[in-house]
Design a protein around this ligand. Structure first.
Ligand SMILES: [Zn+2]
Length: 313
């Protein structure tokens, strides 16, 4: 696990202070630990909602966990606000996914004097096979619940260092949650491996499902590799259309954080069904279909299965 303390450097610090000075609610940078929550629990800040939910399962009642990006946000090319920087300057630990998921993160933490932990440390990445990202690690490692068990191990270790008095609780919470991850992994593979071989293709907008496709034995095809370069060029759409036609794919899908318009063109050209919205880069809000990470995996497995077979299970 990598834990990098960052110290202020003179030029970025001046820029940060200038940014804070223009805010009517500028808050001193020296505060640490209690945030605005009114209690004295250490505060952990995650880059997106999926990590926040996983972290809350490990933290239990001992830590306050928040997310920089909100439900529904596009996370790859997110632009942090001055408010995000103020928030982050007061927390005790920042957690990011790594594997180049958060293109904005290195700049974000460069100006902050806060520890951060990369939760994919120890995960074996799958390389991206196409586009300008060819050969780079696919960042969506959490789409395998088995990888999330590694995320949990990294959180247990980091939270234990942050709050040693509760290290035993973090370990117990982590073990219990890893059991749930194992169960959801089994359900996922059972559901999707039951599909007939000619229905075992997963066509999506972003190439975010490499880990899930590997676990479930599905062939993966996508329009673009990573949302940060979201473009849906004519060549990319043509390639998806050819794949759907060649493999007689019955249904195609798109993700909640991007427009499904490019995939609707694939639908129009091929007669394949639009199988529904999948969740990857963000949870829904509390009243939506996937308020937790475990819900996200269950929802996607059920949607993929129902879309490809035409049956709801
Ligand atoms: Zn993504």
């Amino acid at each position: 696990m990598k834990v990098w303390p960052h110290r202020f450097r003179s030029a970025p610090r001046r820029a940060l202070i200038a940014m804070l000075a223009v805010s009517a609610t500028a808050i001193a940078l020296t505060g640490c630990g209690s945030s605005d929550s009114g209690d004295d629990k250490p505060v952990v800040l995650t880059t997106f909602t999926v990590l926040a939910d996983i972290a809350r399962n490990v933290a239990g009642e001992h830590l306050t966990v928040e997310s920089i990006t909100k439900p529904g946000a596009e996370i790859h090319g997110y632009e942090p606000t001055p408010g995000d920087i103020r928030t982050a300057s007061k927390v005790d630990l920042i957690i990011d996914n790594g594997l180049n998921l958060e293109a904005w993160f290195a700049q974000f933490v460069a100006d902050l004097d806060v520890k951060h932990v990369v939760v994919t440390d120890g995960v074996t990445p799958i390389a991206i096979g196409e586009d300008a990202y060819q050969g780079k690690p696919n960042p969506h490692a959490w789409m395998s619940p088995l990888n999330v068990q590694i995320y949990v191990d990294n959180m247990v270790r980091a939270f234990g260092e942050l709050d040693p008095a509760h290290a035993g609780d973090f370990r117990a919470n982590g073990d219990a949650y890893k059991g749930k991850l194992q169960q959801v992994h089994s359900e996922l593979t059972t559901t999707l491996s039951a599909l007939p071989s000619n229905e075992r293709a997963l066509v999506t907008c972003e190439g975010a499902f490499s880990y899930l496709a590997r676990d479930a034995g599905l062939t993966e095809k996508y329009i673009w590799a990573v949302n940060a370069e979201q473009q849906a060029t004519p060549q990319q759409i043509t390639s998806a259309i050819e794949f759907v036609r060649t493999n007689k794919v019955p249904a195609v899908f798109c993700e909640s954080t991007v427009s499904d318009a490019p995939m609707q063109r694939v639908v129009e050209a091929t007669g394949a069904k639009f199988g529904g919205t999948l969740y990857v880069d963000s949870l829904s809000d509390e009243n939506g279909p996937v308020p937790t990470y475990l819900d996200l995996i269950k929802h996607d497995a059920a949607t993929i299965s129902a879309g490809l077979t035409g049956r709801t299970s």
